[in-house]
Write a protein that binds this ligand. Structure first.
Ligand code: DO4
Ligand code: MG
Length: 295
């Protein structure tokens, strides 16, 4: 599922894409309306979409030719942390300045029954494919965090999967864990997209392959890969903690943590292009912009 921009100033069109790249506009304005409609007709979102696609006309353009918007307007984007050993180890380095001789709160949360969960973003702070993300002006150590995002309904059921960038400041988080909200949340610090794949069409969500590539002046400067098979936790475990005694909304997203961390000497710069690719979902591409620099 995608949302594409048909004309400037008009709301994006919600559409389904076939595996061959054909595009079928849907009558709803987004995934929340699809969830509601499928629920009222007692079918699953995938069943509803499949039935619609049997008779609905295809667009002349293919998916690659569309200008994509953020695939959903998520009321809230939450994020899980330290769900992969790689994230725990990188954070231990930040918090201890490389002196890895003591047990840290990152070691503890990695093993604890309760996961780390935090509010990462709101609809207004979240950007979509090809949009600019903002680098913080008071950080000298910023990295993308490529993560699988769970698209949830208001009951916490996993309706779909998307890709997300939990853009983060390693220096601010490393200075003091109480600074986490500032290391994670500012305007345009979260991106989602390019598409949502419906959960029912995914055979095994613990076999998503992720890749992250960072380009500077057109040259590849950092690259990494991972698989959701390396996760320490299960998705239903993360969601159970998120929805417990909480208000939850159709279309909330839960990012599931990062397993790809660039080398410690690396920091993002104005103009860097970050690509996050997840097999079956697509490539989420964003340019990084410093507040003091224009395009
Ligand atoms: O512990 C702080 C944040 C962790 C995080 O964002 C991650 O592991 O992806
Ligand atoms: Mg993260």
């Amino acid at each position: 599922l995608v949302r594409y921009i048909e004309a400037e100033g008009k709301p994006p069109v919600f559409a389904a894409c076939t595996e061959e790249g054909q595009v079928v506009p849907l009558p709803q304005d987004g995934i929340q309306a699809l969830i509601r409609q499928a629920r009222s007709e007692r079918v699953t979102p995938l069943e509803w979409v499949r039935k619609w696609m049997r008779t609905a006309p295809r667009l002349e353009a293919s998916e690659e030719q569309l200008r994509l918007a953020v695939p959903l307007v998520a009321p809230e984007v939450w994020a899980a942390g330290v769900t992969y050993a790689r994230s725990r180890d990188a954070r231990n380095y930040e918090a201890t300045g490389g002196k890895l001789d003591a047990t840290t709160f990152y070691d503890k949360v990695y093993d604890a029954p309760r996961p780390e969960l935090f509010l990462k973003s709101t609809a207004a702070r979240t950007v979509g494919p090809e949009e600019e993300m903002l680098l913080r002006s008071d950080s000298n150590w910023q990295i993308p965090e490529p993560e699988l995002g769970l698209v949830l309904d208001g009951d916490g059921a996993i309706v779909g999967y998307t890709a997300g960038n939990d853009l983060s400041c390693r220096d601010i988080e490393g200075e003091n864990p109480l600074y986490l909200p500032q290391a994670k949340v500012w305007k345009r610090s979260c991106s989602l997209g390019p598409a949502i794949v419906l959960a029912e069409s995914v055979e095994d969500p613990y076999r998503f392959e992720l890749a992250c590539r960072i380009y500077r002046g057109g040259a590849l400067v950092s690259e990494g890969t991972a698989s959701t098979g390396q996760l320490k936790r299960r998705f239903d475990e993360l969601v159970a903690y998120l929805i417990r005694d909480n208000d939850t909304f159709d279309g909330n997203v839960l990012l599931t943590g990062t397993c790809i961390v660039p080398p410690n000497a690396f920091t993002l710069q104005n103009g860097d292009v970050v690509e996050i690719e997840i097999g079956g979902i697509g490539t989420l591409r964003n340019t990084m912009r410093s507040p003091t620099q224009n395009a």
